[in-house]
Design a protein around this ligand. Structure first.
Ligand SMILES: [Fe+2]
Ligand SMILES: [Fe+2]
Length: 152
């Protein structure tokens, strides 16, 4: 059985790595759905917030497309399942949910880069580094949005 928290990089097989990339892909789908739903939940007057979430949804779709292509390249079958998205009826609560997702993404992609390197997948490691940089920007964006969001 696959251990998600496996620390011994040298023993990770390509199949296990593909399984982890598919988990990342599911969470990218989740991010697309959640940002899209959260965009819809916001008041039309919250134009800056809505524009930011729309941009984030687009970035997450781009990540999903990259992962689907790379999983196939490695001989895997890209995931079709999507975890259930979270929602709320207050802007700040929505942003908190989104921030949690971004924190998780940063942690996962940091691990995935090391795992790709351990498997000798250097070009994929570079692709994952670009995704990680985007997730770190997303986290900063959400921190900024939450500061502007007060106790709403
Ligand atoms: Fe992403
Ligand atoms: Fe993100």
């Amino acid at each position: 059985m696959l251990s998600w928290a496996r620390e011994d990089l040298s023993e990770m097989s390509l199949d296990e790595f593909i399984t982890l990339l598919n988990r990342d892909l599911r969470l990218e789908y989740l991010a697309v759905v959640q940002y899209t739903q959260h965009f819809g939940m916001l008041n039309p007057g919250d134009a800056n917030l809505r524009d930011a979430l729309k941009d984030l949804a687009g970035d997450e779709l781009a990540h999903a497309l990259i992962l689907a292509e790379q999983i196939r390249r490695l001989g895997g079958v890209p995931e079709v399942r999507t975890p259930r998205a979270r929602t709320a009826d207050k802007a700040r609560a929505l942003l908190l949910q989104d921030r949690r997702g971004e924190k998780g993404a940063v942690t996962r992609y940091r691990a995935r880069i090391l795992q790709a390197q351990a498997l000798g997948l250097d070009s994929l490691a570079g692709i994952l580094r670009a995704i990680l940089a985007a997730e770190e920007r997303h986290l900063q964006t959400l921190d900024g949005l939450m500061q502007g969001c007060g106790a709403d």
